[in-house]
Design a protein around this ligand. Structure first.
Ligand code: SF4
Length: 403
């Protein structure tokens, strides 16, 4: 739908980044890396949630030693996040990581930067130049009169030059800031200047929902301009939420194939026969870790639900304290209200395995259609056409305005 900017390709483990590769999702573990089992549990949960590449901190010797045990058991490539000590970068490479992240604001001595890049070059490992608005080299703040997009890009280019001096080319760059307009400007400037893959993110975005909104605003804006090869949501939350959000954004933009359920739900109205928010939340939780590339609808009533969500692969609408299941808008079964979510899961798994036609053929749809028609007409009798009483309100408004 929109053209992606051309970048060179690098690989992180087996995951290609840039050069037209699918945009990858990244996250970062929050455990102590020395806690091998705890970190691996989190990595497995992240991989299940759609994370392609994971970053672990490597801030001390114990962390590097932990990485030596974690890397061979990880289902996805691991990047070591290096803070101030370049020796930790060397130790992480020794541990077998698939890549490094260096912050140019933290490791500043050219000989240290070049020592790390030379070692990475010899091992064929990529490095992310991770510029962060909050930890820029003070001399760049001074030169640019504060934190600006130009200052962040200059920081990245300086680091790149050190890399080039030792013939290191396997790099990607990020220029993250906590301000969305600033990070968008910095990435646009960078995209005009270099052809290396870009890692997108809004740093310190905070807890959801504000953190999700800020991250989505920045990342989606750039992706829609064709900028960005890999992304990370930085949330003050369980990192699994970061991975899910990243994956969902790419699926919503059509940049990655749907892997998980796309849950849609009606906004609810005076006609709703159930607590739509509660059922939708329970359905979301039930489908969270199931790899079912289906669109599934939760609708508040049988009067309009199956019709409004006729494009969904599967859905459920409430009527008279029971749930009417429908497949592609056709009623297929009626279940008790407290079994609605379980029934959705069972039908979704059947459709995923056997397809929509087999699901419709599996039951007597005439029976379900009769039941739905009965509930629909009963609800229309009880609540009429105007379940929200909009007509009555309009009469009152006219009286108020007219008086
Ligand atoms: S009419 Fe029914 S399906 Fe539509 S919003 Fe109201 S409750 Fe939901």
């Amino acid at each position: 739908m929109f053209e992606r900017r051309h970048t060179r390709q690098i690989t992180v483990g087996k995951v290609p980044v840039g050069g037209g590769a699918p945009i990858s999702v990244q996250s970062m573990t929050t455990t102590k890396t020395a806690d091998v089992e705890g970190t691996l549990q989190q990595i497995y949960a992240l991989a299940a949630a759609g994370c392609d590449i994971v970053r672990c901190t490597c801030n001390e010797q114990e962390a590097a030693e932990g990485l030596a045990q974690i890397v061979p058991r990880s289902p996805i490539p691991i990047i070591a996040d290096i803070h101030h000590q370049y020796r930790m970068a060397l130790a992480a490479m020794e541990a077998g990581v698939h890549g490094l992240r260096l912050n140019p604001g933290n490791i500043r001595k050219p000989e240290h930067i070049k020592a790390v890049a030379s070692e990475a070059r010899d091992r064929g490992l990529p490095i992310r130049i991770g510029v962060n608005g909050g930890s820029l080299d003070p001399s760049l703040y001074e030169k640019h009169g504060g934190l600006t997009a130009q200052a962040m890009v200059e920081s990245a280019l300086q680091e790149m030059n050190y890399f080039h001096e030792v013939d290191f080319t396997q790099m990607k760059i990020s220029v993250k800031a906590s301000s969305v307009p600033l990070m968008v400007e910095a990435y646009r400037l960078l995209a005009d200047t270099v052809d290396v893959p870009l890692h997108l993110g809004v740093t310190e975005a905070g807890p959801p929902p504000a953190g999700l909104v800020k991250s989505t605003a920045g990342i989606a804006t750039l992706l829609l301009e064709g900028i960005g090869d890999t992304i990370r949501y930085s949330l003050t939350a369980d990192p699994v939420e970061e991975a899910r959000a990243g994956r969902q954004l790419l699926e919503a933009l059509g940049l990655r194939e749907r892997k998980n359920v796309d849950l849609i739900a009606c906004p609810s109205c005076g006609r709703a026969e159930i607590d739509v928010i509660d059922v939708a939340n329970r359905a979301q939780a039930a489908f969270a870790d199931r790899k079912l590339p289906l669109q599934i609808a939760v609708m508040g009533c049988v009067v309009n639900g199956p019709g409004e969500a006729r494009e969904a692969d599967l859905g459920i609408a409430a009527g008279n304290k029971r749930g009417h299941l429908f497949v592609k808008g056709r009623n297929v079964a009626v279940v008790p209200e407290d079994e609605m979510v379980d029934a959705l899961v069972e039908w979704a798994e059947f459709i995923n395995e056997h397809g929509v036609d087999a699901a419709i053929a599996r039951v007597d749809t005439a029976l379900a259609e009769r039941e739905a028609a009965r509930d629909r007409s009963q609800l229309l009798n009880e609540k009429g056409d105007d379940a929200n009483h909009a007509g009555e309100k309009i009469i009152e408004i006219r009286k108020t305005v007219g008086s």
